[in-house]
Design a protein around this ligand. Structure first.
Ligand code: HEC
Length: 262
């Protein structure tokens, strides 16, 4: 009898022990420890490979539209920044820039260019407005390895004005005829940048009232006014309409005027 009681108690203790051991084994299987490979929270941030540089290609201006109305005096003032290295009479730290528009890159006699610039000249036959515009925005990003250690002119307006100024300094490139389709595209993207509708409308009005307004420049003005209206509402149109009207009478281009007013 006493033996039986002892056996019962011993059995219960054993069973409890077994159960505990089993539970430990079980739980270690369920809550298994895993070695931490990544400490803390992994916050996924997309790597910025753009470098803030040439990521977003600019819509190139329509040179036939922007050059005739560019501010050459402002361009000359901006050119002061270039003059620490460039002159228009001789080579210095940088090559002589007289006549650079239309010149083959890396070919000013007597200047020792970087291999990068010489290579650029191998694939780009001339410095046209387009390529100067892109190059002076961020020279080192545009032609990696260039000796031109200049931060660049970020403002497209500054670059257009400098290019217009350089055009007066022995350019062999003609100013192309305005291409209103490209102008409208350019206006649509550069228009909202200054911020307000009236501001965008003002230059459009100026284009329409330009004394040399022909059929094509007038319609370029109209295209610009359309873009102005897009971003600024009736203000841009109002600015353009009165200015454009007298010219359109003389140049007999009522068709486009009527179509935009409607
Ligand atoms: C810090 C000096 C420096 C400044 C400032 C500078 N440049 Fe240059 N530029 C150079 C050098 C050096 C080269 C030759 C680059 C090479 O060989 O890689 C050059 C080359 C050029 C070329 C190519 C010329 C050719 O013959 O192929 C153009 C165009 C040009 N610069 C325009 C400008 C304009 C416009 C500005 C002002 C907005 C300017 N640069 C400011 C130093 C400068």
């Amino acid at each position: 009898m006493a033996d039986l009681t002892f056996n019962k108690i011993a059995g219960a203790v054993l069973a409890t022990g077994l159960a505990i051991t089993g539970l430990i084994q079980l739980s270690s299987g369920v809550f298994s420890k895993e070695p931490v490979t990544k400490p803390g929270f992994a916050v996924e941030v997309a790597a910025d490979t753009s470098g803030g540089g040439p990521a977003a290609p600019e819509v190139p201006p329509d040179w036939g539209t922007v050059l005739p109305k560019a501010d050459v005096a402002a361009g000359q003032a901006t050119f002061a920044k270039c003059q620490s290295c460039h002159s228009l009479t001789a080579n210095g730290t940088g090559p002589d820039l007289a006549g650079v528009e239309g010149r083959k890159p890396g070919t000013e006699p007597g200047f020792s260019y970087s291999p990068a610039m010489t290579a650029f000249g191998g694939k780009q036959s001339i410095w046209d407005y387009e390529h100067i515009f892109e190059f002076i925005k961020n020279p080192q990003a545009y032609i990696s390895g260039t000796k031109m250690t200049f931060v660049g002119l970020k403002n497209p307006e500054d670059r257009i004005n400098v290019i217009a100024y350089l055009h007066t300094q022995g350019s062999s490139l003609p100013i192309p005829a305005p291409n209103p389709a490209a102008a409208a595209k350019g206006a649509a993207t550069t228009g909202p940048a200054p911020g307000t509708g009236p501001a965008a409308g003002a230059p459009a009005g100026a284009a329409a009232t330009a004394p040399t307004a022909t059929g094509t420049t007038a319609s370029a003005g109209v295209a610009g006014a359309g873009a102005g209206a897009q971003s600024g509402g009736p203000a841009g149109q109002g600015k353009g309409a009165p200015g454009g009207a007298p010219n359109q009478e003389t140049t007999a281009n009522p068709g486009s005027a009527g179509s935009t007013r409607k």
